[in-house]
Design a protein around this ligand. Structure first.
Ligand code: ZN
Length: 277
């Protein structure tokens, strides 16, 4: 099995055309897009503009490719468009892998939620560990109203009910971990994949403790991530082992024309190369 993974293109059309050109002329089984697919520039950060991007740009690239695309949304992609994306999978040659997808005996499972951030867009944010306190939750989002299926979105309900830890246990229930490829938009905590430089210039690990806990306990074959655009730049590495699991991030910056992809071959062993297109 031979596939490409990338994430965090945020609607950059030059980056997308490079990725699909590379996909189409090489011998890959499929492409995985690990979230943050649509534009987030000021004028396009709304559900209608993101939907236009899917319809007019991404669908065309996927239709014109002979290879299938597997995708999840990221925390900057409005959940309002999820039903639209579900309805158009077949005619546009892609699959949303929040329902696990099987290929050659491997289970490819995707997950969009990220741990709580200081930002107002909270369509895909959740309490990380089941036991996490939510007292520092930003409350103005409750009244601002995140856009979620046409109604104001009460994030507190979701934070109280669910957690990333809980969701992952359920997403991967009954799966043979040796055959599991887990795609989570958020990277695991305290790894080379989650090192972000703050506005104060300090480096911090801001990944998910629940994702890390899941990996350490269940030992999937491979986990792939995005979300922290500058992590590879900061940590100087794009992959590491967590016991027997390989965890890798693509570290893509959508503000440049260069796009990074992970080229992954799984035969007897897992082989990953990070390349710039
Ligand atoms: Zn992103």
């Amino acid at each position: 099995m031979n596939f490409l993974f990338t994430a965090d293109l945020h609607g950059n059309e030059i980056q997308y055309s490079k990725v699909f050109n590379y996909l189409n002329v090489n011998d890959f089984d499929f492409l995985i897009l690990g979230g943050d697919l649509a534009p987030k520039s000021k004028d396009k950060r709304n559900p209608a503009a993101q939907k236009d991007f899917f319809k007019n740009v991404l669908f065309k690239l996927m239709q014109n490719s002979g290879k299938q695309t597997l995708l999840i949304l990221g925390n900057d992609d409005y959940r309002l468009n999820l039903n639209f994306l579900r309805d158009n999978q077949h005619s546009n040659n892609y699959k949303i892998i929040d329902v696990p997808y099987t290929f050659n005996g491997y289970c490819i499972a995707g997950y969009s939620y990220v741990p709580y951030t200081p930002f107002v867009w909270k369509d895909w944010e959740r309490r990380d560990l089941k036991t996490d306190n939510i007292s520092d939750l930003r409350h103005d989002v409750l009244t601002t109203g995140m856009i979620d299926f046409d109604k104001p979105y009460n994030i507190l309900d979701e934070f109280l009910k669910y957690s990333i830890e809980f969701d992952l246990e359920n997403l991967c229930k009954g799966v043979d971990n040796k055959k599991l490829i887990l795609i989570t938009h958020t990277p695991p905590f305290n790894t080379v994949c989650d090192l972000m430089k703050g506005k104060d210039g300090k480096l911090r690990h801001i990944g998910s403790k629940a994702v890390r806990k899941f990996i350490e306990k269940q030992q999937p074959l491979l986990t792939l991530h995005g979300h922290i655009h500058d992590s590879v730049q900061n940590s100087k590495y794009f992959m590491q082992y967590l016991n027997n699991t390989i965890s890798a991030t693509v570290g893509n910056d959508h503000l440049t024309d260069d796009v990074y992809v992970l080229q992954i071959t799984i035969e007897k062993n897992v082989n990953i190369e990070r390349i710039k297109l």
